[in-house]
Design a protein around this ligand. Structure first.
Ligand SMILES: Cc1cc2nc3c(=O)[nH]c(=O)nc-3n(C[C@H](O)[C@H](O)[C@H](O)COP(=O)(O)O)c2cc1C
Length: 390
């Protein structure tokens, strides 16, 4: 039997008998504003901000609103089992923590706190290339917990090989290659604050600790930060890539490879044809192409195109358990939770991430059961209905 995540609910009410209430709101809709009240405007702007007018992020939210769950009764769903497996790894629930870079801007422990919180629940966290801590330190923080690594694919093959070798040596299993951020979009919140972390040497712990990258520098980053930044920023966004070059990653990584940022069924087919093991249907939370298709609207077509060939994961706009249910019902094998856990991190480091994640998982457990399902695999498009007028 899997973990009863719903037990978190009883725990909170039991604490109430001792006069205690949760440190972080359990209301998914209130989490972002609560984090905004805590963080410096430039840090909050970097996390909450989007590309252009923000229309893609709004489309993500609207797309979830256009589907409604149709609960079923007397289905014997009083106990649930949320477990699933991906690429031979057992997961306690079909939820992972999305790769989010530069987490030290919201809490000094950053990715270490996130890794500890996720590992404590057995949930995989995906470490970003743009992390504020090194691969090795985050691996230590994971302890025995599952770990995936996200690559921003550098333009230098030796640096790519070195980073991937370090990730493999540190026990990272699945490689997530992000394709949609080969340059940063026009992001007005950051532009108005004239703030981007990388040019300040924030979110550069992985390259700056990398022997192949350091070998390219006249002087080490500790002595010449500006020189190291100037070398890394144009290199890490990966502007020289094509479908044909994926074979290099296959040579360098002997575990599963997942392409992140896929929104078109033809690209999903190309990923499968190129021998990739999975994709993440994602529009980067609306941070890259303003006016793009909602990630959820892309999902059914992509599942239809490749769902029987490769694993289809999903992110962008997941704010609550009902969003998770909808994405799973539309064919995602698992979802990646993004900004909500970063807001938890802002509130309370490791404990904050854990509480937000436990909240989403508890709500998922309850919502799944109340909708009449015992396992995520029982969900299908028939579990949903289009909202009237959509
Ligand atoms: C502050 C921030 C930093 C991010 N950094 C990365 C990153 O380094 N690598 C990556 O692949 N995706 C990154 N993402 C995108 C997330 O992995 C994910 O696709 C996105 O957060 C999903 O949208 P949502 O948070 O609105 O649900 C970042 C997102 C945010 C909000």
């Amino acid at each position: 039997m899997g973990t009863s995540f719903a037990a978190f609910q009883s725990e909170i009410y039991a604490q109430g008998l001792e006069g205690r209430t949760p440190k972080i709101t359990t209301d998914p809709a209130a989490l972002e504003d609560a984090a905004g009240a805590l963080l410096e405007p430039w840090a909050f702007g970097y996390v909450a901000g989007n590309a252009g007018t923000g229309s893609t992020a709004r489309a993500n939210a609207d797309a979830f609103g256009q589907w409604r769950i149709v609960p079923r009764m007397l289905t014997d769903a009083t106990t649930r089992d949320l477990r699933t497996s991906l690429f031979g790894e057992d997961l306690p629930a079909p939820v992972l923590l999305a790769p989010v870079g530069v987490q030290s801007i919201v809490h000094p422990d950053g990715e270490l706190a996130t890794a500890r919180a996720a590992a404590g629940l057995g949930v995989p966290s995906v470490l970003s290339t743009a992390a504020s801590h090194t691969i090795e330190d985050v691996a230590d923080a994971c302890g025995g917990g599952p770990r995936w690594f996200q690559l921003y694919w550098p333009n230098d093959d030796d640096v790519t090989a070195s980073i991937l070798r370090r990730a493999r040596d540190a026990g990272f299993t699945t490689l997530v290659v992000t394709l949609d951020t080969w340059t940063l979009a026009w992001r007005p919140r950051d532009l108005d604050n004239a703030y981007v972390p990388f040019v300040r040497g924030v979110g550069t712990a992985i390259p700056f600790s990398d022997p192949a990258f350091r070998a390219l520098l006249d002087r080490p980053p500790e002595e010449d930060l500006a020189g190291a930044v100037q070398r890394w920023v144009p290199m890490f966004t990966g502007t020289d890539k094509s479908w044909g070059r994926l074979s290099l990653l296959r040579q360098l990584w002997d575990g599963p490879i997942v392409l992140k940022g896929i929104l078109h069924a033809d690209d999903a087919r190309r990923a499968a044809d190129a021998g990739m093991d999975g994709i993440v249907v994602s529009n980067h939370g609306g941070r890259q192409v303003d006016g793009a298709i909602a990630s959820l609207d892309a999902l059914p077509l992509i599942v239809e195109a490749v769902g029987d060939r490769i694993e289809v994961l999903f992110d962008s706009g997941i704010r609550s358990a009902s969003d998770v249910v909808k994405a799973l019902a539309l064919g995602a094998r698992a979802v990646l939770l993004g900004r909500p856990y970063v807001y938890g991190l802002a509130h309370g480091g490791e404990e904050g991430v854990r509480d937000v994640l436990r909240g989403v998982l508890a709500d998922l457990d309850l919502t799944l059961g109340l909708a009449g399902y015992r396992t995520p695999a029982e969900l299908s498009q028939g579990s949903l209905m289009r909202a009237p007028g959509s």
